[in-house]
Design a protein around this ligand. Structure first.
Ligand code: IMP
Ligand code: MG
Length: 177
């Protein structure tokens, strides 16, 4: 089925914004310790690969994947790892890199679990901060773009596993869902 896609953020706008964001992230960390960047699969994979190359610091990369069971509007209690991290994070600066923080429940789960592992610091970087729908007290430390409402695809983001490969971001019109 074809959906109606309306251009929302171009590939060039993404590149320009990420140049600034990468510098901002690097500037916020002092000291020589490595920064552990945690990619939240699958949606963040393109954003992750682009932003870590713009953070002028020693970086260690790792990946997590979350799964929710129960109903669609998943709460943090219904979320589990389907893939956990492999790098120990105790005493290290950790930056979670996510595609979108929407209600905040997925990030709430991740932050709680990783905090128990005693990192030196734990911050959140999201390509899109959909702040108006937040249901839990999660603050995005570094946001690529902000979005009030709407459903977007492209640049890693999917609708039913489609459109992740697009190099820009598009709004998917709801009439066609
Ligand atoms: P939440 O913050 O727990 O509500 O979940 C956020 C997750 O929902 C994101 O990591 C995305 O995987 C997905 N999501 C939320 N809004 C969108 C969207 O507009 N497009 C694609 N995925 C979305
Ligand atoms: Mg996600």
């Amino acid at each position: 089925m074809a959906h109606k896609l309306t251009p929302f953020i171009t590939a060039e706008e993404i590149r320009e914004r990420l140049d600034v964001l990468g510098r901002e992230i690097a500037a916020s960390y002092e000291g020589d310790g490595p920064l552990v960047c945690v990619c939240v699969l699958k949606g963040a994979f393109l954003f992750f690969s682009d932003i870590i190359r713009r953070i002028d610091k020693d970086i260690e990369v790792d990946f997590v994947r979350l799964a929710s069971y129960g109903n669609a509007s998943s709460r943090s209690e219904d979320i589990v790892f389907s893939k956990d991290m492999e790098i120990p994070v105790e005493g290290k600066d950790v930056l979670i890199i996510e595609d979108i923080v929407d209600t905040g429940h997925s990030m709430d789960f991740l932050v709680h679990v990783l905090k128990r592992r005693n990192p030196k610091s734990l911050k959140i970087c999201a390509f899109i901060d959909k702040h108006e729908r937040r249901e839990v007290g999660i603050t995005v430390d570094f946001a690529g773009f902000k979005l009030n409402k709407g459903f977007i695809v492209g640049y890693g983001l999917d609708y039913a596993e489609r459109y992740r490969e697009l190099d820009g971001v598009y709004e998917l019109s709801t009439e066609s869902l």
